[in-house]
Design a protein around this ligand. Structure first.
Ligand code: DSN
Length: 439
């Protein structure tokens, strides 16, 4: 059989072999350039990370761990995985690291498989108050197979209710106590969680998927000195490939490794492993530290500008990269705001707010964040402009005297202004032509 021809550039190969898929990827390349991406769990990975992800490492099977594989031919793969593990240890100061989980949910599932039995009591922040599905939500395996107890935030200030955490921990004596979340805009007090969990014999797990880039750069306190296990994705504020990792104290290393492989997974995704290593190399640079600080600064400036324009911020503001906004006072739902913003070229997600009276599919809030826009160089001026656009879109959506066409027109005006701003800020990793236009 004839060998597959190999034109030089990746994009050319794809376009020649599968023009349909190539066209969809190009359209997405344009969308990621043309719109302001505010989903706080998204980012722009560098070309270096993307090249490692899409490299020939995808061709290799390597069940097992470095030096203990079930297939031959691991001379280079062992080096990649060991390098990646060493870089994660160096950046986070962890005793043991596993970089094989396919993403954040499998990483968390591995923690359950490693450290407790079905039916055991486990505790986490409720999804409705900013936790993650895998922290014990009723619809997830973490809530279906374990006795999940959920804590929340206080109604008066939106902060974690540590009195409740303490009382529930004492009453249920959970095997695992999860902290961290996906829609919590404040600093997580890992030391406090560790104190409460350890007092009742719980293994304390910090899920830092959202904030791992901030932790790596030292702009959010690290859980590593306090808790027993730390899980994370690698593609959010850390700006790596889509993947997951687990850090733990040495005494849990065997159980965690066995749970990931052979407990839950087969062969690791070696291109992803290489790309995590690249992201960790990038995360040790001064540029990345400045980036992470700017992510937090941008979120604070954007939050203040939005508050000044009458947006109600959950917990009154933000300490990290994300902002949760209750749209009720603006006379619309979060669902309506998210749809209108997308039409105006600003992408966020609708999200429940704590104590939401509306259903999760059409909730009151939106969730926004600054990792992606900071990667493309937005700063304080752009945050203030963004708040003005969001105000204009919300006002138009709530104005019942406006005809639908007028609202469409206002969104189109904002979209044109957004597009002009985006053209001034090319994003890392995207493909551009010689005139700076997205391919
Ligand atoms: N889907 C992620 C987020 O958007 O926060 C969490 O898994």
């Amino acid at each position: 059989m004839e060998a597959l021809a190999a034109p030089s550039a990746t994009a050319e190969n794809l376009a020649a072999v599968d023009p349909e898929v190539a066209a969809i990827i190009r359209a997405e390349n344009k969308r990621q350039h043309n719109k302001i991406r505010l989903i706080p769990s998204e980012n722009y990975a560098s070309r270096a990370v993307l090249e490692a992800t899409g490299s020939i490492l995808t061709n290799k099977y390597s069940e097992g761990y470095a030096g203990k594989r079930y297939y031959e031919g691991q001379q280079e793969i062992d080096k990649i995985e060991s390098l990646c593990v060493e870089r994660v240890k160096a950046v986070f100061g962890a005793e043991h690291v596993n970089v094989q989980p396919y993403s954040g949910s499998p990483a968390n599932q591995a923690v359950y498989v490693a450290l407790c039995e079905p039916g055991d009591s486990v505790m986490g922040l409720s999804l409705a108050h900013g936790g993650h599905l895998t922290h014990g939500a009723a619809v997830s395996i973490s809530g279906l197979h374990y006795q999940a107890v959920q804590y929340g935030v206080r109604k008066e200030d939106g902060l974690i209710d540590f009195d409740q955490v303490e009382a529930l921990a004492a009453a249920h004596r959970p095997k695992l106590l999860f902290c961290g979340g996906t829609a919590y805009p404040r600093v997580v007090d890992f030391a406090r969680f560790a104190e409460i969990g350890h007092a009742v014999g719980a293994i304390v797990v910090a899920d830092i998927a959202h904030i791992s880039g901030l932790v790596a750069a030292g702009v959010h306190p690290s859980p590593v000195p306090y808790v027993d296990v730390v899980t994370s994705t690698t593609h959010k504020s850390l700006r790596g490939p889509r993947g997951g990792m687990i850090m733990c104290k040495a005494r849990y290393a065997d159980a965690i490794d066995k749970a990931v492989f052979p407990g839950l997974q087969g062969g690791p995704h070696n291109g992803t492993t290489a790309a995590i290593a690249v992201a960790l190399q990038e995360a040790q640079s001064e540029e990345f530290k400045a980036y992470a600080q700017q992510v937090v600064d941008n979120a604070r400036i954007l939050g203040e500008a939005l508050s000044a324009r009458g947006f109600a911020l959950s917990s009154g503001g933000t300490d990290n990269h994300l902002i949760l906004i209750d749209m009720t006072d603006r006379g619309i739902t979060g669902y309506q705001m998210a749809k209108s913003l997308d039409a105006a070229g600003i992408v966020c997600n609708f999200n429940s707010v704590p104590f939401d009276s509306r259903p999760a599919r059409k909730p009151s809030g939106i969730r926004i964040g600054t990792p992606a826009i900071t990667s493309r160089g937005f700063g304080s001026d752009e945050m203030k402009q963004l708040a003005e656009w969001m105000d204009r879109v919300a006002t138009a959506r709530a104005d019942e005297t406006l005809e639908k066409d007028d609202r469409v027109e206002i969104n189109a005006e904002v979209r044109a202004e957004v597009r002009a701003l985006c053209d001034r800020f090319p994003a890392p990793g995207l493909l551009y032509d010689g005139d700076g236009q997205p391919l």
